[in-house]
Design a protein around this ligand. Sequence first.
Ligand code: ATP
Length: 238
Amino acid sequence: MSTPLLEVSGLQAGYGDVTVLRGIDLTVDRGQMVALIGANGAGKTTLLRSLSGLVRATGGQARLDGVALQGLAPHRIVEAGFVQSPEGKQLFTDMSVQENLMVGAHNARARALRQQTLAEVFDIFPILAERRSQRAGTLSGGQQQMVAVGRALMAKPQLLALDEPSLGLAPIMADRLFESIGRIRALGISVLVIEQNVFKVLQMADRGYVMENGVIEMSGTGSELLRNERLRSSYLGL
Ligand code: ATP
């Protein structure tokens, strides 16, 4: 069996004296889409921030394609292939769509491929090709979210991490964004996504992990979790 793309074991992290992650075990296989769900404050964002090198791990391990991520600077983690599109889009609102996308391609590996990757991003999000010269700040919320995801793709991730990509989007725009995640997977890029839209994300995901109070409470395939009584009552209101 090949090793997982991302292998997290016993990961601990927090802020100052406050421990948030209390030993996280999670894997993402190559080409998989994995959903991370859980109540507000469970530590999902902290997990992504810790994998991205923005919050220091205080224990445990995380390996991407065999490379230990702990202790690496955030830009080295991007170079290793773990790229996060942050919660809150953080675009340069006065710059054009294309300029914002190009910002994502600044590591050496990505820079060399940026014209080709830009064409892939425009295939995934055709509306961004139409609006490539428009100022990012004048786009709709959903289109801005597409720019944020596209910018992360420009860094040539092996694993793309998304923090609540559908937050604040109208249902139709959220549907389009989920469709685009399908197209991203079709390119062979693995996806780890935090999502409040539990029903939708578990329908698409190969695996889901349910986080509560800094630990993984449950995991399973998307369809197993959708059939799980506890998950249905806690997260789907069924
Ligand atoms: P949400 O969906 O609300 O973002 P989450 O599962 O992503 O929830 P986190 O944002 O990881 O949860 O927060 C986990 C805990 O860490 C919370 O108790 C939160 O108050 C705390 N926390 C988050 N960021 C910081 C910070 N910068 N400094 C101190 N505590 C923080």
